[in-house]
Write a protein that binds this ligand. Structure first.
Ligand SMILES: [Zn+2]
Length: 401
C-alpha cells in the first residue's frame, strides 16, 4: 500500500513538471470554435482557456484572413462549422516557429474584418471574436426599402419592430431540457410578425431573424432606422427558484426601477453584451451623442405611449397566461434606452419554471401569447393611430360615412 502511494506521488510530481513546462510554452489553448451567421456578417468565436494577445490581417491572391494568437495552441474541432452560407471556404491552423498559433481563413468573398477579446464571464471562458462584415450589406437595403414604403404613401403601415432577445453566443435564460430563451423568443417573434403582417395597416420588422447576437444598442437602432412606431423586445425570464412564474411587461426608467424584481431583471438583461459579444468601439460614436439631445425632446411623448401600450398588452396577456406583476414595471433596460421610439420589454414567462417552459415550447401557447400581444397593440393604435397611417385614414373614413 505504501509503495503504491510513493508511486503515485512520483507520478503526480512528473505530471506537475510536465504541466508547468507545457504552460510555459503555451499561454493559451483554443478549446472551441463556433460560427454565427447574421444577415450582414459572420462571427467566429474562439474559446480560450485564458487571455491571449492576437493580431488579424488580410492577405490577397488567394484571399485569406490570418489570425495570429500569441504563444497558443489549437485543440478544437473545425469540421462541424457550417461554412456554406458564409464568406469562409475553409479554416486552417498551424504552429509558428516562435510558438504563436496561426489560424488561416480561406475566403470566398471579400470581407471587412474586426476582432476583439471578450473576458470570461459566468460560465463563458475567455473568447476571441472575429467579425467578418460582408462588403455588400443586404440589411441596409431591407431597412431602406421599408423607409421608402412608409414615407411615400399617405396611408402608411404602422411599423412594429420585434426584437427577439439574446441570440448567438448569448443563449439567455436556460430552461429544463436545455430549452434556450434565445430560441423560444425568436419563435414568438416570428409568430407575432406573421400575425402583424396579416393585419391590414401594419408591417412587422424582425430585428433579429436568426441565431446570431446583436448588441443592445444595435437593436433599437434598427427600429429607429425603419421609423418604427413601436419597438418590442421579447424575452423569457429565468430564476434560480423554479417556482417563479408569470409574464411581465416593462418600460424604460431613467430614475431607478419600479421594484426590486425589475431592477434585478434589468441588470441581468443588461449583461447580455458581455456574454453575446460587443466590440466596444461600436458604442461610442458622435452621432449617438447628438441623437441623445433629440431623444430627450421626444422622450416624454414616447414614454407615455410606451406605458399606454404596455398596459393594454399586459391586460391581454393576463387573459392567456399567469402574470408575474399586474402592473407595467419599469427599470433601466439598456435595450430600451437609445430608442426615441415607444418601447416595451416583454417577459413572456419563466423558462426556468417547468410548466411555463413546456408552454413556451408549444406552438399553441406561443400563438396565444402572440395574439394577445398584438391585441393589446391593436387596441392602442386603433384608438390612437399615428398621423398619415392607414389606420388613421380608416378612422376618419369610418367617421365621415
Ligand atoms: Zn432575456
Amino acid at each position: 500500500m505504501k509503495r503504491v502511494n510513493q508511486h503515485l506521488v512520483f507520478l503526480m510530481g512528473l505530471a506537475f513538471i510536465w504541466a508547468s513546462l507545457a504552460s510555459a510554452a503555451h499561454s493559451a489553448t483554443v478549446e472551441g470554435v463556433r460560427l454565427w451567421r447574421s444577415p450582414d456578417s459572420t462571427r467566429l468565436v474562439f474559446d480560450l482557456n485564458g487571455p491571449a494577445e492576437h493580431t488579424v490581417f488580410k492577405l490577397d491572391n488567394p484571399s485569406r484572413l490570418v489570425i495570429d494568437i500569441k504563444a497558443s495552441r489549437f485543440a478544437a474541432r473545425t469540421t462541424d462549422l457550417a461554412l456554406s452560407n458564409t464568406p469562409v471556404e475553409r479554416v486552417r491552423h498551424g504552429a509558428q516557429q516562435n510558438g504563436d498559433l496561426r489560424i488561416v481563413l480561406d475566403l470566398k468573398e471579400d470581407v471587412k474584418p474586426r476582432s476583439f477579446a471578450l473576458k470570461r464571464i459566468d460560465d463563458k471562458p475567455d473568447r476571441l471574436v472575429v467579425d467578418l462584415y460582408d462588403v455588400q450589406r443586404q440589411t441596409v437595403k431591407t431597412v431602406e426599402s421599408i423607409i421608402e414604403e412608409t414615407q411615400t404613401t399617405s396611408r402608411r403601415d404602422i411599423v412594429i419592430a420585434i426584437d427577439a432577445g439574446h441570440g448567438g453566443e448569448d443563449p439567455g435564460a436556460i430552461g429544463p431540457g436545455r430549452l434556450y430563451e434565445k430560441t423560444v423568443v425568436l419563435l414568438i417573434a416570428k409568430n407575432l410578425a406573421n400575425i402583424i403582417n396579416a393585419e391590414p395597416g401594419y408591417k412587422a420588422l424582425l430585428v433579429r431573424d436568426g441565431d446570431y447576437y446583436l448588441s443592445l444598442g444595435a437593436r433599437p437602432e434598427k427600429a429607429r432606422q425603419a421609423h418604427a412606431d413601436l419597438f418590442l423586445s421579447i424575452h423569457a425570464d429565468g430564476f434560480d427558484n423554479p417556482k417563479a412564474r408569470g409574464a411581465s411587461v416593462f418600460t424604460l426608467s431613467h430614475r431607478g426601477a419600479s421594484s426590486k424584481m425589475a431592477s434585478i431583471l434589468a441588470s441581468k438583461e443588461n449583461k447580455s453584451d458581455l456574454i453575446g459579444g460587443v466590440d466596444r468601439i461600436d458604442l461610442s460614436d458622435k452621432e449617438d451623442q447628438l441623437r441623445k439631445i433629440l431623444v430627450d425632446l421626444s422622450m416624454t411623448r414616447s414614454m407615455e405611449t410606451s406605458i399606454d401600450v404596455g398596459a393594454r398588452v399586459l391586460n391581454e396577456m393576463g387573459r392567456v397566461t399567469h402574470l408575474h406583476s399586474k402592473r407595467v414595471e419599469s427599470a433601466g433596460f439598456a435595450v430600451l434606452k437609445s430608442a426615441d421610439v415607444p418601447s416595451l420589454l416583454i417577459e413572456t414567462g419563466f423558462i426556468t419554471n417547468p410548466t411555463e417552459a413546456k408552454n413556451l415550447n408549444s406552438l399553441a401557447h406561443r400563438t396565444k401569447l402572440s395574439k394577445a400581444i398584438f391585441k393589446g397593440i391593436h387596441d392602442y393604435f386603433s384608438e390612437k393611430p399615428p398621423e398619415g397611417s392607414f389606420l388613421a385614414w380608416k378612422k376618419t373614413w369610418q367617421r365621415s360615412y
